[in-house]
Design a protein around this ligand. Sequence first.
Ligand code: GLA
Length: 380
Amino acid sequence: MNVASSAAAAFHSTFGTGPAGLWAAPGRVNLIGEHTDYNDGFVLPFALPQQVVAATAVSDEPGWTVCSDFADEPVTFASPAPGDVEGWAAYAAGVVWALQEAGFTVPPARIALASDVPVGAGVSSSAALESAVLTALADLGGLDLPVAKRPALAQRAENVYVGAPTGIMDQSASIRCEAGKALFLDCRSLEVEQIPFDLAAEGLAILVINSNTPHQHVDGEYGARRRSCEEAARILGVAALRDVGADDLDAALAKLDDEVMRRRVRHIVTENQRVLDTVALLRSGRIREIGPLMTASHASMRDDFEITVDRVDVAVEAALAAGAYGARMTGGGFGGCVLALIDADRAEATTAAVEQAYAERSFTPPTTWSATPGPGARRL
Ligand code: GLA
């Protein structure tokens, strides 16, 4: 059964009637631009075909009930406030809360969720859930909420209701991506440009390699990186590290005493430039040439930002040794997925090379698939 059918079936079995409609929102991978979003910088994600589907109907009773194919019991809440709903349902309750806090009248609703976005793989299963629920409620309630304003509300659900200090990339990707395109997002102005990313036309593929690494201490490390960047911006007298250009890097580093902080700053400044360089290459159709930028991004995350782990480094090295044009970890770090830019006919060979490298080290085998840029949140 596909995800849409699962969501509809879950709605029927839980609520005894049919939904008013099905709303879908995808997970994402980020082609390049990691940890730049909360530094007001640049990112370049694209939407995965994997998605969360919210089968939804307005309810004649007050409050909201959500059920899902990944939990046994439905969860009901009325007037949600941060801290009162936990676990997977917090992402849905957080969206209702954020909409209400922004002054919207949210229709009471029943929601059945189904998902094929891998959880814990760094491909934004939580942002997909938030975005699907938000899109459904905005449509059903006839809310006057332009698409460009939606990611910030879903992010607020995540930051304040769920309590994860993330940036705006994931919700922007899930809501604003388009099929066949990568989303070039300026995280300060929130302006977007849809960059054509037709891998198949060039005989290329992006192989996603899930390292299947258990996440450990992820939230604490993420918050620590964020604080370090904000402290560096304060010392440098800029609003955000976005304001340090690649040409200003040496002068900026000379003003910082702390060696760790210097490395964090170097990652952000060089990573922003790599996003701009990647976009310039893609605009002129030179997809293969982004490979070295991807690999340089990985090295920067490994050595300067220190957010990679052995299993992702091994996957990157094995993919490169198997002939990938470039490879890098995607997402927040400390595990998750690696992207490898490869010739489309090298998917099996590259997968085999990574599997072998993992087997030699007795790592849990990786999971791989070829990703094509899918559409953003929408009614099905
Ligand atoms: C996570 C966060 C995003 C972003 C990435 C790193 O996915 O949710 O906001 O910071 O990590 O680029």
